[in-house]
Design a protein around this ligand. Sequence first.
Ligand SMILES: *[C@@H]1O[C@H](CO)[C@@H](O)[C@H](O)[C@H]1NC(C)=O
Ligand SMILES: *[C@@H]1O[C@H](CO)[C@@H](O)[C@H](O)[C@H]1NC(C)=O
Ligand SMILES: *[C@@H]1O[C@H](CO)[C@@H](O)[C@H](O)[C@H]1NC(C)=O
Length: 347
Amino acid sequence: MQAFLLCALRSAVVALAAVLIHLVASPADAWQTRPSMQAKPNSSDALYGASKKYEGSSEYVHLKYNMGPVLSSNITVHVIWYGTWQLPQQSIILDFIGSISAASVSRPSVAGWWSIVRKYTDMTGQNVSGTVQLGKQFNDIHYSHGKSLTRVSIQSVIKTAVTARWRPLPVDQNGGVYLVLTADDVYVQDFCSVCGFHYFTFPSIVGSVLPYAWIGNSKKLCPRTCAYPFAVPDYIPGLKPLKSPNGDAAVDGMVSVIAHEMAEMATDPLANAWFAGNEPSSPVEIADLCQGIYGTGGGGSYTGQMLVGKDGATYNMNGYRRRFLVQWVWNHLVSYCSGPNAVDQFS
Ligand SMILES: *[C@@H]1O[C@H](CO)[C@@H](O)[C@H](O)[C@H]1NC(C)=O
Ligand SMILES: *[C@@H]1O[C@H](CO)[C@@H](O)[C@H](O)[C@H]1NC(C)=O
Ligand SMILES: *[C@@H]1O[C@H](CO)[C@@H](O)[C@H](O)[C@H]1NC(C)=O
């Protein structure tokens, strides 16, 4: 619960983010649950609402480049489906991955969102790659490491996938990233106070250094925090869950967490490139800064302006054959959170 209380506090006093970051910072690189609070009259929202350009902008945020690499070669996403997954669930997630570099999708597009991530460079001036493709998939249907995983055992799950006798995943050290996606009956250490995290594998466990992320299906454990705003926490009375764009609130919510971790893996794959804060053990990365912000005016307790389809579903960007709701990311060139559905980009 502590994380939730602190997060609510952060929502209320966003301008003090730099100070509070030290209080709420989670180990390494975690997606911290931070549902936005419902706007209340005379809350800090009303104050920040006065500035249309709010969207997380703050003179207190000092995102720094720490000389490490970014993912500048073509990125290949290898997926490990841990536990029991249904095809319709998988296709929502695979369509999102396939949309990251899909051209000729009507705006606002997932590729438009990734173009903000591409604005980050390494010390040689190379940008994050604009090519993100789906690699191989591995089905760990028998829960090789059980239904309760520690953070470190996620690396063992990857080891199992790359050393499997039947269709192992490749050890892809040239732009490969690994997503470990756990089914809704799997608990992972700290799940619900975080909804996902990214890091890199250790040679002692996996044999190589590979960027990876874990994201869990929160359906049974904590959709109200990890699938927000398609499910709403009890401590926000009177707020109705929004209708999700692909008919599966937990998986539609997972998409935004996957996006969060993809953006951070691309800009900080070895935890030594782009982050804010003075503690390398608790970096605040480009998506951490914009949690809960999905549109223009977002910040504090307000999600920002989103789109509502004819079917009543809420989303903020188009993929190549589906719509998605994805949080914004920090744009270091302008020092605020940005997304493809920003109102001023249509003018
Ligand atoms: C908001 O603040 C103003 C001025 O401080 C006060 O007059 C008003 O009653 C407050 N409204 C609410 C709903 O608290
Ligand atoms: C690469 O990054 C630079 C510096 O942020 C930016 O100006 C440029 O637009 C980026 N290039 C692409 C293709 O996004
Ligand atoms: C990277 O992807 C582009 C397509 O976006 C392709 O043309 C190019 O050959 C790829 N490069 C490598 C090294 O695979």
